[in-house]
Design a binder for this molecule. Structure first.
Ligand SMILES: C[S@@+](CC[C@H](N)C(=O)[O-])C[C@H]1O[C@@H](n2cnc3c(N)ncnc32)[C@H](O)[C@@H]1O
Length: 314
């Protein structure tokens, strides 16, 4: 089993310090993954409990094995974290002391050739974190959407300046009766559309397009704001919500949603008094996000873009 645990938990001591588990407290790990953060939380005190959520059955299988020694102190649910309130109901818990979300895919998912997340392997273009769902795969999305919609996704979620050229080529292939259905085909299509880029640009030209499609397939941005509100709703007073993001779009949503929940008025400046109903539900504990130390990035390059933001319910 140990050989399969390929994911290194990001910002682990920093996250633990922020959640600061105390005996008998209950936490929700909304992105259980391979259980690295949860294991560390459970090790802090004998009576701490964790409710773990993941939408990936393979992650659940591996985490269940790893966390089995903690017995009844860990309850695991196969669900989307957008259903956090329903999961807590099922677990028979009303409010918790802390919630953690370590967003995105795990290295285990990324390194699994069959899942279609990476251009390093040739595989069907799937990219669903919940491979058991009947949601659209990335290939189906590229088959259905218009050229403009594909370009918008690649631009918005991948911050790819050459999104229009890429979308044009994807749709051109589709019209020729050669739709893009595998990771290799997508990587080649992107490369043909925009070239290899400048030699000092170290990332593969398809990196941003792959990221964008993964975010779209899993509706990662769409569900984030509502999730933050539901997570705050699930906290006891003084309970903490910690969120680790890996790209600027996610981080912006976390930052702005925290600001809104911290009572920032959103009325136009010309109004004499506030009418937007801004109310202070949380206190922001990280004015600036916590980022990994250089040594963590050297050991785990995936950590380089990680940002941790934390708030406490009032
Ligand atoms: C970065 S990994 C978490 C790694 C974990 N913290 C650890 O230390 O092992 C992210 C995990 O969250 C899951 N995930 C991402 N979005 C999700 C969502 N909306 N609902 C449930 N699980 C999600 C993924 O399937 C993946 O297993």
């Amino acid at each position: 089993m140990a050989a399969e645990i390929t994911h290194k938990s990001v910002l682990l001591p920093e996250t633990l310090a922020q959640l600061a588990p105390q005996p008998a407290e209950i936490f929700v790990d909304c992105t259980l993954g391979l259980g690295g953060h949860t294991e560390a939380i459970l090790q802090t005190a004998e009576s701490v409990e964790v409710i773990g959520i993941d939408q990936d059955t393979e992650a659940i299988r591996l985490a269940s094995e790893r966390l089995a020694p903690f017995g009844k102190r860990i309850k695991i649910f196969h669900a989307n974290f957008s259903e956090i309130i329903e999961v807590l109901e099922k677990a028979g818990v009303q409010k918790v002391n802390g919630v953690l979300a370590d967003l995105g895919v795990s290295s285990m998912q990324f390194d699994d050739a069959r899942r279609g997340f990476s251009f390093r392997f040739d595989a069907p273009l799937d990219m669903r974190m919940n491979a058991d769902s009947d949601e659209e795969t990335a290939a189906e999305l590229l088959e259905r959407l218009s050229e403009e919609e594909i370009a918008d996704i690649i631009y918005k979620y991948g911050e790819e300046r050459m999104s229009r050229r890429i979308a044009r080529r994807i749709v051109w292939k589709r019209e020729l009766g050669e739709p893009v259905t595998t990771t290799r085909e997508l990587a080649e299509t992107v490369e043909k559309a925009i070239g290899r880029g400048k030699s000092k640009d170290k990332i593969h030209p398809a990196t941003r397009t792959f990221q964008a499609l993964r975010i779209a397939v899993n509706r990662e941005i769409e569900i984030l704001e509502k999730f933050i509100k539901d997570a705050v709703e699930s906290l006891k007073p003084a309970g903490r919500l910690a969120i680790i993001t890996f790209h600027s779009l996610e981080d912006r949503i976390v930052k702005q949603t925290f600001q809104r929940l911290a009572g920032k008025c959103e009325c136009p400046p010309r109004l004499p008094r506030c009418v937007c109903g801004a109310a202070k539900e949380i206190e922001i504990l990280t004015r600036k996000p916590i980022v990994p130390e250089q040594f963590e990035i050297a050991e785990n390059p995936r950590a380089r873009s990680a940002k941790l933001r934390v708030c406490a319910k009032i």
